[in-house]
Design a protein around this ligand. Structure first.
Ligand SMILES: NC(=O)C1=CN([C@@H]2O[C@H](COP(=O)(O)OP(=O)(O)OC[C@H]3O[C@@H](n4cnc5c(N)ncnc54)[C@H](OP(=O)(O)O)[C@@H]3O)[C@@H](O)[C@H]2O)C=CC1
Ligand SMILES: O=C([O-])CC(=O)C(=O)O
Length: 270
């Protein structure tokens, strides 16, 4: 409809394809106009049956196509989506939040261009409460992530150390450190830690523990915040998506809720 805000999505995997389908089915105030993927044939197949098929464009062209640019691609191509979107003053919604941590210059650039960077809660929970607590004094923020070992396979931190998760029979801690180093070592696994760091006390002070845990079937994140105003302890247990077991099914839903919040008259939560 005229007056709708246009949306483009970079990536048509577990997050992007789900989001594209829901937007195409109709979400008040939002219109999907462009998408991007690596395998063009597969992308065309994903778009079969769409009521209003979006244009299939290259990553840097997403920013020309729409007012809202959602990044839902591997961290390795983050800049190809983020930089043009921010240069053109768009609303940029990243999924690969870990890739934002070493690129905070993009926030300064957005200030110059009028772009906004809206980080969705994604596969996490409670960022409203963490943001509120961080308006006051916060002593500590920690996140413990437990994943089935196959959900951590291929992480650079493990590959560099020759860690093989194949034979793990008991829950094993594979990383302890801050959110900055966690995002660098596990770029496809701890976007939640990056989002938590940005909501609260920053990537250097946010502490992360990652467990390869053969006893869990869900990607499980527990946040603990010790603040002057409140103590928070929150756990989310995410059902892995069929397309990508690293990605919880709640992630595209969270991004959809975030997009609705950009246009809705009634918005709930800070
Ligand atoms: N913020 C959060 O809470 C969460 C964030 N994530 C992150 O979100 C991102 C997306 O996750 P997910 O949807 O599961 O990933 P998938 O691997 O399922 O999908 C990635 C998509 O990106 C596309 N792609 C890859 N390379 C290119 C390229 N060069 N040009 C255009 N498209 C490309 C792929 O195309 P093709 O299909 O053709 O291969 C695929 O469609 C990841 O970085 C992930 O770590 C995930 C879960 C939670
Ligand atoms: O839990 C999930 O679904 C995904 C996850 O850990 C992340 O990307 O940070």
């Amino acid at each position: 409809m005229a007056g709708d805000r246009t949306v483009a999505i970079g990536g048509l995997g577990a997050i992007g394809a789900h989001l594209a389908r829901v937007l195409d089915a109709g979400v008040e105030g939002l219109r999907l106009v462009a998408v991007s993927a690596r395998d063009q044939e597969k992308a065309r197949r994903s778009l079969v049956g769409f009521r209003a098929p979006p244009r299939l464009v290259a990553l840097p062209e997403l920013a020309e196509a729409a007012e809202i640019v959602v990044e839902a691609a591997p961290a390795a191509v983050f800049e190809q989506i983020a930089e043009p979107a921010i240069a053109r003053g768009r609303i940029f919604v990243p999924s690969s939040v870990g890739a934002l941590l070493p690129r905070m210059h993009l926030v300064a650039r957005a200030r110059e261009t009028g772009a906004r960077i809206i980080v969705p809660t994604g596969a996490l929970l409670g960022l409203d409460a963490v943001r509120a607590a961080a308006e006051g004094t916060v002593a500590s923020v920690t996140i413990e992530t437990r994943k089935p070992p196959r959900g951590l396979e291929g992480a650079p931190y493990l590959v560099e150390r020759g860690v093989d998760l194949g034979g793990i029979a008991a829950p094993t801690v594979v990383f302890r450190g801050n959110a900055f180093d966690a995002a660098r070592g596990f770029p496809a696994n701890v976007n939640v830690a990056a989002a938590l760091a940005l909501a609260g006390i920053g990537p250097e002070r946010t502490m992360v523990e990652i467990w390869a845990d053969p006893t869990v079937t869900r990607n499980t994140h527990t946040i603990r915040v010790e603040a002057e105003a409140a103590r928070l302890t929150m756990t989310i247990e995410n059902v892995p998506s069929e397309e990508n077991p690293r990605t919880g099914k709640i992630t595209p839903l969270s991004i959809l809720a975030c997009l609705r919040g950009l246009t809705s008259t009634l918005k709930v939560g800070s």
